[in-house]
Design a protein around this ligand. Sequence first.
Ligand code: PBG
Length: 345
Amino acid sequence: MRHAPRPDPAHRLDLSQRPRRNRKAEWARRLVAEHVLTTNDLIWPLFLIDGEKRRVPVAAMPGVDRLSVDEAVREAGRAVALDIPAIAFFPYTEPKLKDERGSEAFNDGNLVCQACRAIKREFPQLGLVTDVALDPYTSHGHDGLISESATGEVRILNDETVEALARQALNQARAGADVIAPSDMMDGRVGAIRAALDAEGFLDVQIMAYAAKYASAFYGPFRDALGSASALKGDKRTYQMDPANSDEALREVELDLDEGADMVMVKPGMPYLDIIRRVKDEFGAPTFAYQVSGEYSMIMAAAQNGWIDGDKAMMESLIAFKRAGADGVLTYFAPRAAERLRRAR
Ligand code: PBG
């Protein structure tokens, strides 16, 4: 390396700047790296399921299982060992527990509450994020309460839903949730949840708002994992955002911050890096990206076919979020990325 042959003067370009000089060796690249990913940036979403000692694979998400609560406690221990700051829960709900109004959301013994209690007992130092939205629990698969006309047309009722979401959030806070993450996209829900939490003295429970959440095809594998796909009547385009919009994302984020959100999120992740950048630049608030199920599955599927290097694609996708301005990422890759980061140390 040090004694690389001098180029023949006859071919030498007269360049004052050669950007490649800063890339010539690993140590030099490390010195000029602008962004780093650490385990501090990761939130690990887990799927829950009824039963004991049970792990049920999610077909469309290789390497991801639905976990019974005891198994979730074990994975929480893994998160602690890997230095992952927080985990998030999503429940697969047995069809017999689903109804029109999503009643199971208010049951203080539901899977999410059970997991919060069990994990808080074992690992009080781990942050617990709970999702607020009714879709795991409704027979129609929507995030909110609906009214259906005689012709079968479904409307999602905003204000009635907000009331239900505030109850759901309280149920989670009482079980020990540290961060309430409303993913429903109803108008006014952040303010209502903040008021409900404060009224019960949960002044320290944070709100991470899914502020700019798009109506996306990339949620497909997640809906399979939850069993909410086959149930879904119609689509979510009257509450989730149009992928064509960007200014609207800023208005959504501004409202959520005004209503008391402590952190905001953009979702999905990789197709929306421009939105993360705009949100971070405009508000400077703690900003998170959700690398959603479909993004995970695409990388895994290509890797399994031998078409890309899965680990490298994973790390590249994660640093892209940091570069775009995200403070952290919700990702199903969290444990794998954390293991890789540890090996690299
Ligand atoms: C439900 C919710 C969804 C996701 C998180 N919370 C799906 C949806 O809105 O239909 C998607 C997560 C993923 O795809 O990984 N409110």
